[in-house]
Design a protein around this ligand. Structure first.
Ligand code: GRF
Length: 180
């Protein structure tokens, strides 16, 4: 069964790579950062990719592309901008998903991994959630936790969290698409 998803990203695109590796069809990839490595991943996989630095222009174009490609789910994978209220309200509810490297509602926003370490938290984890117009505030779909080790740095913890993200995000995307 072919499902059309689109991916928005700003950076490395390791989650995009994991999604591609799990054989989920990605119709197009968009970035606000023309230098994002994730755009190269899309190109290598022959996925149409687009980039607009201006976020409002990007949103306008993405809304048009969603119709053109008959997109069923919009996947944020390291997209580092807040979506406008107008953009979110233009789409059905539960149409946009995001992955965040903390156990929300703890440590929203940027530097979530550093926030958890600085806070001497015993556990952190990964949250997959629907996206609303707030910052990391949409309803939670799934969370997985891991223990923070005493000698963890942002880098070591990030590596473990990303391994979790790559497995969890693809599984959730697949299960949402099967239900739709
Ligand atoms: C991930 O850690 C995700 O939790 C956060 O942004 C990061 C994106 O990583 N929202 P990548 O670009 O997929 O490697």
């Amino acid at each position: 069964m072919k499902h059309n998803i689109a991916v928005l990203l700003s950076g490395n695109g390791s989650n995009l790579q994991a999604i591609i590796d799990k054989n989920i069809d990605v119709s197009f990839v968009v970035s606000n950062n023309p230098k994002a490595l994730g755009l190269k991943i899309a190109q290598n996989a022959n996925i149409p990719s687009y980039s607009w630095k201006n976020v409002l222009e990007l949103e306008e174009e993405v809304l048009k592309l969603i119709i053109e490609y008959d997109i069923k789910l919009l996947v944020l994978a390291g997209y580092m901008r807040l979506l406008s209220q107008n953009f979110v309200n233009s789409l059905p509810s539960k149409f946009i998903v995001n992955v965040h490297p903390s156990l929300l509602p703890n440590y929203k926003g940027m530097n979530a991994i550093k926030q958890a370490i600085d806070d001497c938290a015993e556990y952190t984890g990964v949250t997959i959630h629907y996206v609303d117009e707030g910052m990391d505030s949409g309803s939670i779909i799934k969370q997985d936790s891991i223990k923070i080790n005493k000698n963890d740095t942002v880098e070591t913890l990030k590596a473990r969290l990303q391994t979790m993200e790559h497995r969890l995000y693809s599984d959730i995307i697949k299960s949402i698409l099967i239900k739709n």
